[in-house]
Design a protein around this ligand. Structure first.
Ligand SMILES: *Cc1c(COP(=O)(O)O)cnc(C)c1O
Length: 417
């Protein structure tokens, strides 16, 4: 046998970095709403020799030999995802959420065609046609927004823009929208202008799978998603659709946009789909939302201005203008205090995206560790203390130590120290 050293032996420098990050993920309240803890089983599948295999094509229609185990891997991922979401067709090959959206556009549009999505400043995603994205540069994109008074999507505006712009594709879904999506209302608009409706459920796919957010199935023509956010799977993407749209979607993913699929990622997605089909995951999804609502109410009591007044899902957006601190300064203070989140624009933000007025946070990862609504008062207190201690490194360090001590009792899925 040849000497095949472990990571620790082969590359101590990288091993130390991985160890450091693993410890950091254990010690902090991880509240970036797009992040989570993938289970040990998911990580094992990701880190397996499936990594070594090339499998261009689809099951039973490959270009390379040796697919005896890969075909069942991909078929298992497809069938578990189909039954989890109740859809006719699942493409599990997109490398991540952004390529999934680009593939959808490639399937239904030519360069320069009109498309529509929620604007980035209102909580939309770059890949829904924002100017700096390829989806904004190569397609003729118009954005809809949210209302100034209640920060909700204005379906009258959506309809008006759709009628003027005649988009081929309408995206609904976002990254910083704390309210439920009315998929039926979007479907009606899309139908009336002959557009393909794409529900991008990247953030909420775990909530949809667990029954804690209404499903777009039956309303959207196509559903795109990441697999690593509330779904707790591997880094990856997927596209769900009806039988009649399966062919153009599959062709757009391969050979349209991608080469060989990441087999380890598809295997890990199959594992995550099995986990997400359990009663425990239903409880998890509901608890993510319960925690977000409890946290919203505790922060509201402390005078924080929540965009839209609260949340219906896993995330909160806070406008810090009344607290006299910018989003970036707050995010850095919170990070030093052991609470990890991101600075974020708020709707109609007068400040620049790189130094905006708000922060965005969510409950998917802390709920995976077993925190419940009874703990959200604590979290709000640490949050508030950290904001008030901005600039006082010693005080922030004290809060971080308290957070770390508290989290010792909450095992993190997939993390062994
Ligand atoms: C995260 C996200 C994406 C992009 O996913 P990546 O895996 O980061 O490429 C796309 N759409 C929405 C709505 C997202 O939240």
């Amino acid at each position: 046998m040849t000497f095949d050293p472990s990571l620790e032996q082969q590359d101590p420098e990288m091993y130390a970095l991985v160890r450091g990050e693993t410890q950091r993920q254990f010690d902090k309240l991880r509240m970036i709403p797009s992040e989570n803890y993938a289970s040990r089983a998911v990580q094992e599948a990701m880190g397996s020799p499936l990594n070594n295999k090339y499998s261009e094509g689809y099951p039973r229609k490959r270009y390379y030999e040796g697919q005896q185990f890969v075909d069942p891997v991909e078929e298992l991922a497809q069938s578990r995802i189909r039954s989890l979401f109740g859809v006719e067709h699942a493409n599990v090959q997109p490398y991540s959420g952004s390529p999934a959206n680009l593939a959808v556009l490639f399937a239904f549009c030519k360069a320069g065609d009109p498309i529509m999505g929620l604007g980035l400043p209102a909580g939309g995603h770059l890949t829904h046609g924002w100017s700096v994205s390829i989806t904004g540069a190569y397609f003729n994109a118009r954005a809809y927004g949210v209302r100034k008074d209640d920060h909700r999507i204005d379906m009258d505006e959506v309809r008006k823009i759709a009628e003027e712009h005649k988009p081929k594709v309408i995206f609904c879904g976002g990254t910083a929208y704390p309210r439920l999506w009315d998929f039926a209302a979007f479907a009606e608009v899309a139908k009336s202008v002959g557009a393909i409706l794409v529900a991008d459920i990247a953030h909420i796919s775990g909530l949809v799978a667990g029954g804690a957010h209404p499903s777009p199935v039956g309303h959207a023509d196509v559903i795109s998603s990441t697999t690593h956010k509330t779904l707790r799977g591997p880094r990856g993407g997927m596209i769900l659709t009806r039988k009649d749209l399966a062919a153009p979607i599959d062709k757009a993913v391969f050979p349209g946009l991608q080469g060989g699929p990441h087999v380890s990622q598809m295997a890990a997605l199959a594992v995550a789909a099995k986990e997400a089909a359990t009663p425990e995951f239903k409880t998890y999804a509901k608890r993510v939302v319960d925690n977000a609502k409890a946290l919203a109410s505790a922060l509201n009591d402390r005078g924080y201005a929540l965009v839209s007044g609260g949340t219906d899902n896993h995330l909160l957006l806070i406008d810090l203008t009344n607290k006299n601190v910018t989003g970036k300064r707050a995010a850095k203070a919170l990070d030093a205090a052991g609470i990890e989140l991101n600075y974020n624009s708020v709707p109609f933000d007068p400040r620049k995206p790189f130094d905006p007025s708000g922060v965005r946070l969510g409950t998917p990862a802390i709920t995976s560790r077993g925190l419940g609504p009874e703990h959200m008062g604590h979290v709000a207190e640490w949050f508030d203390d950290a904001i008030k201690s901005e600039g006082d490194e010693a005080k922030l360090g004290t809060i971080a130590a308290a957070v770390k001590g508290f989290l010792k009792d909450f095992p993190a899925p997939g993390i062994a120290l």
